[in-house]
Ligand binder design. Structure first.
Ligand code: ATP
Length: 232
């Protein structure tokens, strides 16, 4: 479904990503883990067109995304839930969801009802300003907004950031459920243990490169991963 070949990305003279290749197959949850600054966010931003690559190929269902604008990429049903959520704080929950639905206005109400079915807490707060939601609710809103575009794949950046352990559990069970409904997920996470527990495969990044990859269960048992990322 998604195939990244030999990707290189830089910020000015600084090379943030060197020769990264990865694949996500239809129906999978794949995680990308690694320390702060390894380049995980940069990879997601490059896939969704927010950052331009220097080199390499990004194929989504065979279409090369590299020269495409983000607004075009979302119409291919590839959605991005950015780090730090980026909801619109001065808009209500409903208005935020509407912003996610720009691809298909006519189905807006139906899609919104589906999101509210999944996130009843958002439904109760549909007219509340998004900036006044709790951290967990804002994260749910960010996921809900991505779902409004009816994506076939979601890129999710650090969904557990800043959440209490209980909400972390909740957000991971939401990701699992979204995946069960048929949406493929590429997940960037600091919380390697939780990420691996819901993934089929994973890639470990260090300073702009992929250093380890494999089956998520195998990585949970891998000594290098345990020491560096699982605190064991
Ligand atoms: P974290 O887990 O801390 O979010 P990350 O793995 O997502 O880290 P990135 O945010 O992709 O890492 O950053 C990769 C490298 O690129 C870092 O060295 C970072 O300082 C650098 N970088 C990221 N964004 C910019 C920017 N806008 N301008 C310059 N350098 C940047």
């Amino acid at each position: 479904m998604l195939k990244v070949n030999n990707l290189a990305v830089s910020y000015g003279a600084i090379k943030a990503i060197h020769g990264v290749s990865l694949e996500v197959h239809d129906g999978e949850v794949v995680s990308l883990i690694g320390a702060n600054g390894a380049g995980k966010t940069t990879i997601l931003r490059t896939i969704s067109g927010l950052k331009k690559a220097d080199d390499g190929e990004i194929l989504f269902n065979g279409t090369d995304l590299r020269k495409m604008e983000p607004s075009k990429i979302i119409t291919l049903k590839l959605a991005h839930v950015p780090e730090g959520r980026h909801i619109f704080p001065q808009m209500t929950v409903e208005e935020n969801l509407e912003m996610g639905a720009f691809t298909d206005k006519k189905d807006l109400e139906e899609n919104m009802e589906e999101v509210f079915e999944r996130f009843s807490r958002l439904k109760e707060r549909r007219r509340q300003l998004a900036g006044t939601l709790s951290g967990g609710e804002q994260q749910m809103l960010a996921v809900g907004r991505a779902l409004m575009a009816k994506p076939s794949m979601i890129l999710m950046d650090e969904p557990s950031m800043g959440l209490s352990p209980l909400l972390v559990k909740e957000i991971f069970s939401i990701i699992k459920e979204v995946n069960r409904k048929g949406i493929t997920v590429l997940l960037v996470e600091q919380n390697a243990k939780m990420a691996l527990s819901i993934s089929s495969r994973a890639y470990v990044m260090e300073t702009g490169k992929i250093t380890i990859s494999g089956d998520a269960g195998e990585l949970l048992r891998d000594d290098r991963v345990r020491k560096a990322y699982l605190g064991q």
